[in-house]
Design a protein around this ligand. Sequence first.
Ligand SMILES: *Cc1c(COP(=O)(O)O)cnc(C)c1O
Length: 345
Amino acid sequence: MRIIDFRSDTVTRPTPEMRQAMAAARVGDDVLGDDPTVLELQQRVADLLGKEAALYVPSGTMSNLIGVRVHCRPGDELLCEAGCHLYHYEQSGYAQICGVAARTLEGRCGVLRPEQFEAMVRPGDAHYARTRLVTLENTHNRGGGRVQPYEYVEAIARWARGHGLRTHLDGARLWNAAVATGIAPGEWARHFDTVSVCFSKGLGAPVGSALAGPRELIAEGLRHRKVLGGGMRQAGVVAAGALYALEHHRDRLADDHANARRLADGIRQIDGLALAPEEIETNMLFFRIDAALGTAAALVDRLQQRGLLVLATGPQTIRMVTHLDVDAADTDRALTILAEAAAPT
Ligand SMILES: *Cc1c(COP(=O)(O)O)cnc(C)c1O
């Protein structure tokens, strides 16, 4: 039985062409700074995002952590949306490793309105943490792959600058936001001091993220990457996969978005399943399961027995994500399996 995997856009395998690019990669020792493929990738990312420099790192978690580290000192506080990845899924690394506190604002589907930031800067006396950094996530993972409204991003970044705060964008899926809106990655990135992007999600590369920003901050970030154990030697082998993905797999994210909409249309027809949020903007969808159908975990099991992998994200919620390794036919097959597994017995 062929398994169709909709758990995450991280499950993709490198394509034959990507593997060829990786096999042929020129390499050096990136810790010594002379891996030509890593240098090329970093330059390409910096150019795409309109930043002076970029740093290739093993994961998005490390990229966000280094982002926080270059902006903040112990005793500083960052402002972020309550459901964001950095706050939720990264073990509070900002606190463990950086000595930084997080103050959350409640968004709608991960979206914060600019006026929510009013009065969020703490007074500058010794009772308080120092408000230092604003982070946003685009697209927003737990918000259902939501694209941040561009004019909000602009206004929030302007507010932050006006208060002398730094800004960091968790752009693990910035490529999806760019394709969904037609607003180039560099246009989004312009509003932030540092931007983290990912190659191993929608783009389908096996490993890595990058942190882009001003030259001095990225040089500082290189030191942090080393102490975190993120210095990789002949990293050009994996960086070549990332470079290949940047050139060849960005535009096709539109197919993932179309497949997600197709999936959503089908799920709307299945009794007992309810999309939440309703609108699908990019490649992720979440739905609630009526208690009459049992728990999410039980449904996940029934789906798995039929060859469909999805992720339970709560007692009654399931997530599905489209990506490079599922096509429209897989989407239709998934809908057939879902309808069977959700049918009353
Ligand atoms: C996956 C993800 C990360 C972390 O990336 P890893 O490579 O898994 O560490 C950060 N931010 C967002 C929004 C993500 O979806």
